[in-house]
Design a protein around this ligand. Sequence first.
Ligand SMILES: Cc1ncc(COP(=O)(O)O)c(C=O)c1O
Length: 390
Amino acid sequence: MSNKVFSYGKQMIDEEDIKAVEEVLRSDWLTQGPKVKEFESALSNKFNSKFASAVANGTGSLHLIGLALGWGKDDIIITSPITFLASANCILYNNATPDFVDIDKNYYTIDVNKLEEKIKSYRGQGKNIKAVVAVDYAGQPCDWKSLRTLADKYEFQLVNDNCHALGATYKNDFGYAVKFADAVNLSFHPVKHITTGEGGAVLTNNIELDEKIKILRTHGITKDEKYLEKNDEPWYYEMHQLGYNYRITDFQSALGISQLNKLNEFVTKRREIAKHYDNVFSNEEKFIIPEVNDNVEHAYHLYPLQIKFEELEINRKEYFKKLKERNILLQVHYIPVHLQPFYRKNFKFKEGDFTVAEKFYQREVSIPIYPLLEDKDLEYIAENLKEFAK
Ligand SMILES: Cc1ncc(COP(=O)(O)O)c(C=O)c1O
């Protein structure tokens, strides 16, 4: 029995990170100081985006993306059901109408063929979709080339909910997210690749979108002459659109800069862990390892293992309990969003609407993957996972 407790994800903070935060705490600026801009420049450089806006969390950045893209009543916006609630809730924050397209059965990201079918079906009713929020689930990039082709053909906005995929590549390109999507959403929650405690960011190459995001993240306030109706007092500012307080602090940004320096190292370690699990579970009949598309390098925010519970002596609930007794805390990512009571009640979604996602949900188990795990931990985790899968 290990005396460590293993969850599915965990941050890795070192002395350098602590020093970076401490320095800011001893400075004049706790928030709205120089570190936020520095963090934004570091993000732009790293992910090859023209612009970056750091914000309070990844949910806030999705909300702001929708606002800045002008989503509103009667707009239909699509995401996939296997994602965190925020990918769909941001559609509702903007009073638009959510719909879903099932996931691809091999890669668990949005099925682009089904997306085109859905768009055609809407067109048949005289409707167009406004946007797609495509999620690079678990750290595997979607089929971005096809998504961009569809976005250009049917004229919809493309958002990459990239929270799981920091450090992934698509066709050898580290900066693929902003290259294909109009706006990209990042999260720096502690289970993610890098952390600022809570935190998020919007990346874009579109200057107008970036300006809107920066105004909307701080109440809709602007002091920019090009927007002001008048400008005759030094304290003067105006508000033209309803914004929010989604600001991030300087000490979080300092942590973000320090963590971003280690992103490559973190992702390499995650890939090594995934390789270990691939080797262990690929020959086991009751397990299905996550398949990686040839043209991507997976970033493994999650290691979504599928277990054929329908063939086991115990069900998933009992399996979780047994593993918990061994200090291994499993998770499931995710309960399909369309099956949440809120979505069922308000939008009439029901079981059977997205069968690939629903089947995936029945089997999915997220097993521990984070840089702090050592070889002996992986062996312990794998042995225990196998022991109860009888
Ligand atoms: C796919 C996805 N989108 C959005 C979010 C929201 O990010 P945050 O927790 O920083 O608000 C998350 C966080 O778990 C996520 O996994």
